[in-house]
Design a protein around this ligand. Structure first.
Ligand SMILES: CC(C)(COP(=O)(O)OP(=O)(O)OC[C@H]1O[C@@H](n2cnc3c(N)ncnc32)[C@H](O)[C@@H]1OP(=O)(O)O)[C@@H](O)C(=O)NCCC(=O)NCCS
Length: 176
């Protein structure tokens, strides 16, 4: 039991260590300063940023099983985009790179939804991530009942595969 606990703690420490090293190597720089001074888009820069993203995720998805998301955030902070309003984190978009590039999770704090902020964050993040990863396609999975699919349509994602009896959709955006 203690051995497992020890291994788990060591593994978490290695991930955290790599995460901090990314900053020291200066891989992560300031991103877009938006038109209004009060809005800013940036990469994840600290452990506290990750805690705040997980809080937004839990509130929006009523889901406390966020350990998988946390692991991705720690491993690839430069594939996670944060939207600040008045220096407060109000949304994020995080991508996952395997053989394909996936929009893994995105969400905006409830009081700030339907104000065009999700679209603004995603438009910028998609352009940057596609350039950075040199991919031509980006994929995502959305519940067919989720209005987010209309936002994805506006961002030129196409619905390509329906699965789980039509309850879920794989969407794909291609750049030329
Ligand atoms: C999905 C989410 C990130 C969108 O962010 P948002 O800031 O609320 O969305 P925006 O205000 O930027 O706008 C969404 C766009 O989609 C459109 N849209 C939204 N619902 C729509 C509907 N039912 N029909 C048609 N269009 C719709 C809006 O008209 C808008 O386009 P426009 O600016 O051209 O008018 C946000 O609502 C959220 O966090 N939801 C909860 C978590 C979630 O479901 N995440 C996605 C998981 S796949």
């Amino acid at each position: 039991m203690f051995k497992i606990l020890f291994l788990f703690i060591s593994y978490s420490e290695i991930i955290l260590h790599n995460f901090m090293n990314n900053f020291k190597k200066n891989k992560i720089k300031n991103l877009k300063i938006c038109t209004e001074n009060k809005k800013r888009i940036d990469y994840v820069k600290s452990y506290d940023d990750i805690e705040q993203i997980l809080k937004i995720y839990r509130n929006n998805f009523k889901d406390s099983l966020d350990s998988e998301l946390k692991n991705y955030l720690l491993k690839t902070p430069d594939l996670t985009y944060i939207l600040y309003v008045d220096n407060k984190i109000i949304g994020y978009a995080t991508f996952r790179l395997s053989t394909k590039l996936w929009l893994y999770s995105t969400s905006i704090v409830q009081e700030y939804q339907n104000k065009g902020l999700g679209k603004e964050l995603l438009s910028y993040a998609l352009e940057d991530v596609l350039k950075k990863t040199k991919k031509k396609n980006v994929f995502l999975i959305v519940n067919s009942a989720n209005n987010a699919r209309f936002l994805y349509n506006k961002l030129l994602f196409n619905e390509i595969i329906f699965f789980s009896s039509g309850k879920k959709i794989i969407m794909k955006k291609t750049i030329i």
